[in-house]
Ligand binder design. Structure first.
Ligand code: FAD
Length: 397
């Protein structure tokens, strides 16, 4: 057994970081683990639409890191990583704290990508974290009071854009004329066919316009310019929500410090960073060399987190680590209030039943929090324990 003198530091406690920390502590309770995150709360991002529609309350989807980690016996620090010295195994943080590590796991997720398109940063809303959610909520509420049929554009016909379009329509009815802009020739072009068909139906039912083969060229204070087959059109806009893609959140790394692909850290199949045997990168920030490009999802981040915990334990026992293999357990999308679509192994489900199943599956995945919070909580935590066993048995990991 290797001797561990300094802590295993995990930076970023989202889906990947949380999973690796909790699993590693379970496998080896005596390990010194320090988790650092710049935020105070975990954000269960797939449930952000339900927070917007008030189908669940904000605290249910955003438990406090301090509660989660103190319950698990893991040290948690709220701080923002600004620099890594790989040579000296030292991390630097925004308040000038320095922390040395024996092993490092980085998993700082992704941020919206504006692709340097003019006006996007200044004139669009985003939907990636709590701050974005609150800003969007407030502008939608404010606009609702002023007039009817405000022009709302959602850029990006991926899951996030479609889920948001359906939810906003159901919450605000005809207050907004909603347009989804997608640059390819279909929505959800990387998703399961069943979910795409359900989503197309959901959009049609809600009279949401979809502009395919259309690319945004510029967003100004009052207009959005869109390029399509017919040329460039400049349309009046009230609100634009930018959901066109994300990029790895790596502000603490120099551009050429570590090998990257598509802006993400290149790791080997053991999830190790090249030439840094004690450093690992998982979740949205990494891409695995020699493997098909995996989707940027919580499912991938959690599987990588679980796998890395096992590999670290093997390493401490001076055994060889195992290569990561992704198991596609299907996908779920929310399609408005009380509706969803699920395409999992051997199962397709849509409508209200899919909505309930999606909520139960996500409830089972929310991090464990202390008993007093659970008992004071609402629907989602009460159902969590009952369905955890069922979901495990049915392989909804
Ligand atoms: C609205 C929305 C809906 C989604 N829906 C789904 C879905 O239905 N299904 C699905 O599978 N996936 C979904 N995703 C994608 C999924 O949430 C991400 O793929 C997943 O969160 C990636 O996990 P991660 O651990 O890599 O990053 P994250 O979960 O984003 O966690 C990163 C953490 O790092 C912290 N951090 C960042 N920078 C620093 C720093 N410098 N110092 C310290 N801490 C830092 C952040 O505060 C954050 O806590 C959705 C995403 C969004 C935005």
């Amino acid at each position: 057994m290797k001797s561990i003198q300094k802590p295993i530091v995990i930076v970023g406690a989202g889906f990947a970081g949380m999973t690796v920390a909790l699993n590693l502590k379970n496998l080896n309770p005596s390990l010194p683990i320090v988790v650092v995150d710049s935020a105070s709360n975990f954000i269960f991002k797939p449930l952000m639409y339900e927070v917007l529609s008030k189908e669940i309350s904000i605290w249910e989807a955003t438990p406090k890191f301090a509660n989660i980690f103190s319950d698990a016996g893991i040290t948690f620090l709220k701080n923002c990583l600004t620099k890594i010295s790989f040579k000296d195994n030292i991390l630097e943080f925004s308040d000038e704290l320095k922390l040395s590590y024996q092993y490092l796991v980085i998993c700082t997720g992704s941020i919206p990508n504006s692709f340097l398109i003019k006006g996007v940063g200044e004139n669009c809303y985003f939907f990636n974290d709590l701050n974005d959610l609150n800003k969007l909520k407030s502008v939608l509420k404010k606009s609702q009071k002023t007039s009817y049929h405000k022009k709302l554009f959602i850029v990006g016909g991926g899951p996030s854009g479609i889920e948001l379009a359906c939810k906003i329509k159901d919450i605000f009815k005809d207050q907004f004329e909603i347009n989804v802009i997608e640059k390819s020739n279909e929505i959800l072009n990387r998703n399961k066919i069943f979910n795409r068909e359900q989503a197309e139906r959901a959009l049609e039912k809600r009279k949401i316009n979809v502009l395919l083969n259309s690319t945004v060229k510029e967003v100004s204070e009052s207009k959005i310019s869109i390029s399509s087959e017919g040329g460039i059109t400049s349309l009046d806009k009230d609100i634009v929500i930018w959901n066109a893609g994300v990029t790895a959140n790596l502000s603490y790394l120099e551009t050429d410090e570590i090998k990257r692909k598509y802006g993400r850290i290149l790791v080997n199949k053991n999830l190790q960073i090249e030439n840094q045997n004690n450093c690992f990168a998982i979740g949205d920030i990494s891409i695995i060399e020699g493997m098909e490009d995996l989707p940027l999802t919580a499912q991938v981040a959690m599987q990588e987190g679980k796998h890395l915990a096992k590999n670290l334990e093997l390493l401490f026992q001076e055994k060889d680590p195992l290569p990561f293999e992704f198991q596609d357990n299907g996908e779920m999308i929310s399609l408005g209030i009380g509706e969803a679509s699920i395409a999992a192994i051997g199962i397709t489900l849509s409508g209200k039943l899919a909505f309930e199943a999606r909520r139960l599956i996500y409830a089972s995945k929310l991090p464990d929090i202390n008993e007093s919070l659970k008992s004071a909580s609402s629907w989602i935590f009460q159902k969590k324990s009952i369905f955890k066993k069922f979901l495990k048995k049915n392989n909804f990991n």
